[in-house]
Design a protein around this ligand. Structure first.
Ligand code: FE2
Length: 199
């Protein structure tokens, strides 16, 4: 069965009022994300990987020098699926409940978490991702380059921000820090992070 691109969890113009234009989704979802899905299908067609789950393909192809292209496309499909759910209209603000308590416990405060996350996202050199992860019961902020993700390392992702230039160039041009601030202020989907934390 071919790998598919899940529909966006909101309309392409749903985040216009929250710092992300419909045009961003036309390119980022409609072209970049779609290309990763199309490439993954081309690269796995007729191989045993075509019948595996996306998670399995990522884990099997990671660090396999003969499968670099497969890993990059599979992981980028997964990362974008996860990213569209990491943002929502009228997001941002603060988490609640058990996740909020755990963030306070592991980072010192929510402000400390925001500082750490912002630094990771801003200092990822070149293309990559910033993540909030659950690393065996300890919440951590990490950054990964290119397509790499927590799943490849056996860690649980809770929330992510795409810091590839294609993620912010239409809305923010080269101003990555403004894009990061807007994510934390207006877009971050703490319900999604809490559901991942509880799962
Ligand atoms: Fe992206």
């Amino acid at each position: 069965m071919a790998f598919t691109q899940p529909p966006l969890p909101y309309d392409t113009d749903a985040l216009e009022a929250y710092g992300m234009k419909a045009e961003t989704f036309e390119y980022h979802y409609g072209k970049h994300h779609k290309a990763y899905v199309d490439n993954l299908n081309k690269l796995t067609e007729g191989t045993e990987l075509a019948s595996k789950s996306l998670d399995e393909v990522i884990q099997i192809s990671f660090k396999d020098t003969a499968k670099v292209g497969i890993f990059n496309n599979a992981a980028q499909v997964w990362n974008h699926n996860f990213f569209w759910n990491s943002i929502k209209p009228s997001g941002g603000g603060t988490p609640t409940g058990q996740l909020a308590a755990k963030i306070d416990q592991d980072f010192g405060s929510f402000d400390k978490f925001k500082e750490e996350f912002s630094t990771a996202a801003a200092t990822q050199f070149g293309s990559g991702w910033a993540w909030l992860i659950d690393d065996g019961g300890q919440l951590k902020v990490i950054k990964t380059s290119n397509a790499e993700n927590p799943l490849a390392y056996g860690k649980k992702a809770l929330l992510t921000l795409d810091v590839w230039e294609h993620a912010y160039y239409i809305d923010y041009r080269n101003a990555r820090p403004a894009f990061i601030k807007n994510f934390l202020d207006n877009l971050a989907n703490w319900d999604f992070a809490a559901a991942n934390f509880a799962a």
